[in-house]
Design a protein around this ligand. Structure first.
Ligand code: C5P
Length: 223
C-alpha cells in the first residue's frame, strides 16, 4: 500500500447506499473503485449452496485463487467470475446471506486482504465495505461511515428490487437486514465498525445526491 495514493473509505451497514455513492464519487474524481462486498459475494457464488463453512482452508484457497475481473463502463461496474458476467447474479439476498457467513471466517478475510489492497492505484481509490477504514486501509486519507435506520435501508432495497421487477416483501427484507447487521457487527474478525477517525454521515433523511455532495465537500477539504 503506498502512502502516496489517496484513498477514501466508505463503510457502513447493508443497504445504506455505499455502492451507489462509491460509484458516483469515484466517477467525479476519476478514481478507481473497490466494492469489497462483491469479493465476499463472488466467494459465496464460487463456493455454492452446499458450502461447508467448517472447511476453512478450502474457502481461504478459493478466496485466493478466484479468477475475477472488474470492468467499469459508464455508471456501472461489470463483475466477472472466470470470464462470466455475474454482476446481477451476485446481488441476490441468498448470496448476500452466504457472503456474510463466509465473511465471518478470519482466514478468508486474511486471504482477501492483499487482493483488496492491490486496488489502490494512482490517481486514487474509493473503497466501500465494512472494514475499509479499520482493517484494509487503516492509513486512508479520508474515512467516512454511512448510517441509516434499518427501516429506511429496507425501504430503499425494496424500491430497488421493485424497479428491477423483482418481487419483494418489505417486512421480510427488514428482518433479513437486521439479522445480517447483527452478524456483521458481532463477529470477532473485522466487525462492522466505524474507525475512530471516521466521519459519520446519517443518511436516513438524505437522498443520494445530498450524500454525494457531503462526501465531495469532505474530499475537497481533505485531499
Ligand atoms: O456490501 P455487501 O452487501 O455486498 O456485502 C456482502 C457481505 O459481505 C456483507 O453482509 C458482509 O458480511 C461482507 N462484507 C464484509 N466486509 C466487507 C464487505 C462486505 O464482511 N468489507
Amino acid at each position: 500500500m503506498s502512502a502516496n495514493i489517496p484513498v477514501l473509505t466508505l463503510d457502513g451497514p447493508s443497504g445504506v447506499g455505499k455502492g451507489t455513492v462509491c460509484l458516483l464519487v469515484a466517477k467525479k474524481l476519476g478514481w478507481h473503485i473497490l466494492d469489497s462486498g462483491s469479493l465476499y459475494r463472488l466467494l459465496a457464488l464460487s463456493a455454492g449452496d452446499n458450502t461447508d463453512l467448517d472447511n476453512v482452508s478450502q474457502l481461504a484457497d478459493l478466496a485466493r485463487d478466484m479468477q475475477i475481473e472488474y470492468v467499469t463502463s459508464g455508471d456501472a461496474l461489470g463483475i466477472y467470475l472466470r470470464g462470466e458476467n455475474v454482476s446481477e447474479v451476485i446481488r441476490t439476498e441468498a448470496t448476500g446471506v452466504l457472503a456474510s457467513k463466509i465473511a465471518a471466517i478470519p482466514e478468508v478475510r486474511q486471504a482477501l486482504l492483499d487482493k483488496q489492497r492491490a486496488f489502490a492505484k494512482v490517481p486514487g481509490l474509493v473503497a466501500d465495505g465494512r472494514d475499509m477504514g479499520t482493517t484494509v486501509f487503516p492509513d486512508a486519507g479520508l474515512k467516512i461511515f454511512l448510517t441509516a435506520s434499518a427501516q429506511e435501508r429496507a425501504k430503499r432495497r425494496y424500491k430497488q428490487l421493485k424497479e428491477k421487477g423483482i418481487d419483494a416483501n418489505l417486512s421480510q427484507l427488514t428482518a433479513e437486514l437486521i439479522e445480517r447487521d447483527e452478524r456483521d457487527s458481532t463477529r470477532l474478525a473485522s466487525p462492522l465498525l466505524a474507525a475512530d477517525d471516521a466521519i459519520i454521515i446519517d443518511t436516513t433523511n438524505l437522498d443520494i445526491g445530498q450524500v454525494c455532495s457531503k462526501v465531495m465537500q469532505l474530499v475537497e477539504q481533505r485531499f
